[in-house]
Ligand binder design. Structure first.
Ligand code: TYD
Ligand code: MG
Length: 455
């Protein structure tokens, strides 16, 4: 019998200490330490499963490999984020808040991969519940997808031995536990141990594994911080639960770019791929309504046109209200201060509300000009044409600054049939305007944009 040892782990970041600490020296959080019993196994942990083949140092020019054949999932958006399919032997973590749709995404993926044996292990739902979900998403169920409800890794490996899958899905890492360790499922040492066991299995057999991990309210992967180093790719599934829009983003990807995002819409019958997010996000708005402007943003490598809506009204109470949904409130305050200085916008006397349509959150600085235009439009109560779009950042002195990859934005605006795109003068220099049918409006300071729109 191996000797049991007790350690204290920070449940936020996985920091290990031999005594209890009030504050984690690693991540600075308070009251995050929990006691966990770790059996000091006579052999190194997890070594009972799969020894790596002994390898010899080689000269790099002598190392050969065959172009790895990726497993396409038949879900275009998922493949795009992965970089063209699942690499054999890889370990992929899919993080997201509870209820966002991770299980749905993976079950749909499992049901759409052709000609492969798939084992879907769920620690959260029974086989009947998985079946109900499968019926709901209306996918073809003739594929070779096995489901099992199981939480102990040792037994999961037994199921694997009997099914011999080509792809394994584990939903979720917080619910599985290893008999090697005494701590409860979901604790840092369990997560680390189970991930390591799964990783060794994947590397030994070449069977890729998709692992679901829940994230905490503040948006970090709970416990899974310790997994991030072990896995080959970390994908985050995010969106506002009150809206249907979902984004799959790669935070780390050893076999592809992290700039790609996948876009889905959650419907009554499962997730639908959204190939053209701009058409999805732009409302068919009335030309005469003030307070809205379209931003030509880029999310990763993908152009996305979103509508910014604003409402400016006289403040009823002494302190004006400021509210922003989907946009950084501090950034909005800064933009308002610039407007006050440069455009005679009486900041102190107005309530300002800002809303990004579709419940999405974008951090692209190119949103600035659309935000400012929407606010000014509501303030003067004059509409900005829905056929105009904006792609520029605004500086502290009201200068309109260039943004990255402006040509891609212009090309997309052109394709979507916009009439005009407003960009920074400094961006315009390098552009061959004759290539586009869209009219490109160059502005260098915010006053110019104001005059061009409302004069
Ligand atoms: P789920 O995949 O269980 O989320 P997670 O595994 O990330 O916790 O999906 C949760 C939500 O998705 C659930 O509240 C209901 C909704 N949903 C639909 O709207 N349509 C569907 O077809 C399915 C299966 C779920
Ligand atoms: Mg789930």
């Amino acid at each position: 019998m191996a000797k049991a040892k007790t350690y204290y782990f920070c449940q936020e970041c996985g920091y290990q200490s031999s005594s209890w600490l009030g504050k984690c020296p690693e991540c600075g959080k308070w009251n995050t330490f929990a006691e966990e019993v770790v059996k000091a196994a006579s052999a190194p942990l997890a070594s009972s499963r799969g020894q790596m083949a002994a390898s010899q140092p080689k000269l790099i020019r002598d190392v050969t490999y065959s172009e790895t054949v990726r497993i396409p999932t038949r879900c275009g958006e998922f493949d795009r984020v992965l970089g063209g399919g699942i690499v054999p032997g890889s370990l992929i973590l899919i993080g997201g808040e509870p209820g966002i749709g991770k299980s749905t995404l993976l079950l749909q993926t499992a049901l759409s991969v052709p000609d492969r044996k798939i084992l879907y292990v769920s620690g959260e739902e029974s086989e009947q519940q998985i079946k109900m979900r499968a019926d709901r998403v209306e996918q073809n169920q003739t594929t070779q997808c096995f489901v099992v409800s199981e939480t102990v890794t040792q037994r999961i490996f037994e199921h694997i031995d009997s099914v011999q899958p080509d792809l394994l899905i584990v939903d979720s890492i917080q619910t599985v536990s290893s008999e090697q360790i005494d701590s409860p499922a979901g604790s840092v040492s369990q997560i680390r141990e189970c991930t390591t066991e799964l990783q060794q299995y994947a590397k030994r057999t070449g069977v890729p594994i998709l692992i679901v991990g829940h994230i905490t309210k503040d948006g970090t992967l709970a416990g899974p911080k310790v997994m991030e180093h072990i896995v080959d790719a970390v994908l985050q599934f995010e969106g506002d639960r009150n809206y249907g829009f979902r984004m799959l983003r790669a935070l780390k990807n050893r076999f592809g770019s992290t700039a790609e995002i996948g876009i889905f819409e959650m419907q009554g019958s499962g997730l639908r791929e959204v190939a053209n997010p701009s058409e999805f996000l732009l409302s068919q708005r009335d030309e005469t309504l003030s307070g809205a402007a379209v931003a030509a943003t880029l999310e990763g490598a993908r152009p996305m046109f979103i509508e910014v809506q604003s409402l400016v009204s006289s403040a009823v109470y002494g302190t004006p209200q400021r509210n922003a949904t989907g946009f950084d409130l501090r950034r909005m305050s800064m933009l308002l201060a610039v407007l006050e200085k440069r455009c005679g916008f009486k900041l102190g006397a107005k309530d300002v509300f800002l809303n990004i349509a579709g419940g999405i959150r974008v951090a692209d600085p190119a949103l600035d000009l659309a935000v400012v235009s929407a606010i000014l439009s509501s303030n003067v109560d004059m509409a900005v044409s829905p056929r105009y779009c904006f792609a520029a950042e605004m500086g502290l002195s009201g200068e309109i600054r260039p943004v990255a990859r402006v040509e891609q934005r212009i090309a997309e605006a052109d394709r979507l049939g916009f009439e005009k795109i407003f960009i920074s003068k400094y961006n315009a220099k390098a552009i061959d305007k004759k290539r586009y049918g869209i009219q490109i409006v160059e502005v260098s300071v915010i006053e110019e944009a104001f005059r061009a729109l409302f004069a």
